[in-house]
Design a protein around this ligand. Sequence first.
Ligand code: NAD
Length: 262
Amino acid sequence: MGRVSDRVCLVTGAAQGIGRAISEALLREGAQVCLADINGDKVAEVAQSFAVDHPGRVTSAPVDVTDRAQVQAMIAHTVATFGRLDVKFNNAGVNRPMNFLDVTEENWNFIMGINGLGCMIGMQEAARQMIAQGQGGKIINTASVASRQGFDNVAPYCASKWAVVSLTQSGARDLAKHNITVTGFAPGVVATEMWEQVDQDLMEIGASERPGEAMETFSADILKGRVATPEDITGTTTFLASRDSDYMTGQIVMIDGGMTLV
Ligand code: NAD
């Protein structure tokens, strides 16, 4: 028996990085998993590759998490494939650094739309499905160290990740009566494609001078002495999806190697 055997899980932002690793870890522990991403072709390829070791327990769906109809279709696909939805990860997220004084409405709306509104819609639609099933469930949101401190050059990203904390708390309070828990986890610096892009963007806006410099500066105070891999995150995410975390709700777990002590 795995830690999440027979649980039906849905993970957004699963084509790469943290979402992909979350999905693979859930599969290793016995779950049935729908991987969803705005990059439908890539997430379908990832799902197919996982199906080799986990036949019959993997599917995928294209989704833009800011589009409610697409989110509903993704959940309907999961339920049609596996019969129900037990655990929903709202993990899709974006960053696009800009110097504080240069931040535009377009930059704000893009980031807040996916990281904030996308999380809200994802929580609502997952909860509606779980309420209809009548057996509770778990909603797990991806926050960040940027949910705990404001950093320059990424102000809308920080605001959006503070929003994820607020949504986690509000959702926990509202959904407790349906036996739905809402938790989150907050990575620090994780070596994914997102950071490669952030590194490049920070050079373009003059905030760093050479590749890798921004990541080195940002991660200099990590007590564990290194940045995370996506696999450093998945022990905790599988715990949050499992029955072992049933008495937790409204909480954000920091998984940042000791970068932010709050
Ligand atoms: P990533 O860029 O490697 O992967 C993000 C995935 O989300 C991509 O596959 C992308 O296609 C997908 N996506 C983007 N917009 C979408 C949309 N509108 N609808 C559906 N899917 C969409 O990023 P990652 O590093 O794996 O980050 C995953 C989550 O972890 C994000 O919420 C991010 O903010 C958070 N996070 C990352 C770090 C880090 O250091 N990498 C640190 C803290 C928090």
